[in-house]
Ligand binder design. Structure first.
Ligand SMILES: C[S@@+](CC[C@H](N)C(=O)[O-])C[C@H]1O[C@@H](n2cnc3c(N)ncnc32)[C@H](O)[C@@H]1O
Length: 226
C-alpha cells in the first residue's frame, strides 16, 4: 500500500485482504450485493465481512428465528437464512415494494426463499402486527432500517424477543457524528436515543464497536437480553 494512501484507501485495502482470505461469498451473495443497484437506496447493504459476522453471531447464539428491520436487496437476509439453517426462519421488514421484490429474487436464487418472509410496508406497523399476533419470540433481531426510528424498533424488538436473545444495531457511529450532541441530523438523534434507551435498560447487556472498511467509518452495537 502506498505511503500516501488516504485512510479510506487503507481501510479498503485491508478489508479486501481480509475478505479475500476469510469470507466465502458465493455467486448468489455476490449477485444479491450487486443487485442492490436496482433498489431505491443502492449499495447501503452491509459489507461482505459484516454479513459474515452477522451470520457467525446468529450461529454462535444458536438462533433459529431472526427478525430484520431493513431488507434492501436481501443481502444480510441471505447471511441470516444460511445461519439459521433449513429448519430456521427469517422475517425481514422492508418499506419499499420495489426492494422487497429484488430481495425475493435474490433469496430464491440463494435457495433460501422458503425460510425467509419479506414483509413490505413501514416496519413499525409490520412489527406492531407481529406483536399483536403474539408471534413466537425471535432469537436475534437486526435493526438496519431508517435510523430515526431506531428507538421504536428497539421497543418492538423487546416485545418480540426472550431472555437470551440478541439485538444488533448497525450504523451506530456514523463517521464519528454519534458524539455530536448538537447535531440536527434526525439519524444521529435516532442513534443517540437508542443508545440512551439501551444504557437505561437494566434488562440489556450491551457493547458497541467502531468499524472501518469498505463502508467507511461506522459501528455495530450488540445487546443481549438478560
Ligand atoms: C441499510 S438498508 C438495509 C440493508 C440490509 N440490511 C443489508 O445489509 O443487506 C435499509 C433499508 O431499510 C428500508 N427502510 C427505510 N425506512 C423503512 C421503514 N420505515 N420501514 C421498513 N424499511 C425501511 C430502506 O428502504 C432500505 O431498504
Amino acid at each position: 500500500m502506498s505511503e500516501d494512501a488516504t485512510p479510506q484507501e487503507a481501510w479498503q485495502a485491508v478489508d479486501e485482504y481480509l475478505m479475500d482470505r476469510l469470507v466465502a461469498e458465493d455467486e448468489a451473495l455476490a449477485t444479491a450485493r450487486e443487485s442492490s443497484a436496482r433498489t431505491t437506496l443502492p449499495h447501503i447493504e452491509v459489507a461482505p465481512n459484516q454479513g459474515a459476522l452477522l451470520g457467525l453471531l446468529a450461529q454462535a447464539a444458536g438462533a433459529r428465528r431472526v427478525l430484520e428491520f431493513g431488507t434492501l436487496a436481501g443481502y444480510s437476509a441471505i447471511w441470516f437464512a444460511r445461519a439459521v439453517g433449513e429448519s430456521g426462519r427469517v422475517v425481514t421488514l422492508e418499506l419499499e415494494e420495489q426492494n422487497a421484490e429484488v430481495a425475493r429474487e435474490n433469496l430464491a436464487r440463494a435457495g433460501v426463499a422458503e425460510r425467509v418472509e419479506v414483509l413490505a410496508g413501514p416496519a413499525a406497523r409490520t412489527a406492531a402486527e407481529l406483536i399483536a399476533a403474539d408471534t413466537e419470540p425471535f432469537d436475534l433481531v437486526f435493526i438496519d432500517a431508517d435510523k430515526p426510528s431506531n428507538p421504536e424498533y428497539l421497543a418492538a424488538a423487546l416485545s418480540l424477543t426472550r431472555s437470551g436473545s440478541l439485538i444488533v444495531i448497525d450504523n451506530v457511529v456514523r463517521g464519528g457524528h454519534v458524539v455530536d450532541e448538537d447535531s440536527d441530523d434526525p439519524r444521529i438523534h435516532g442513534v443517540r436515543r437508542v443508545i440512551e434507551d439501551i444504557s437505561a435498560n437494566p434488562e440489556l447487556d450491551a457493547t458497541a464497536l467502531q468499524t472501518v472498511g469498505v463502508k467507511g467509518w461506522d459501528g455495530l452495537l450488540v445487546a443481549r437480553r438478560r
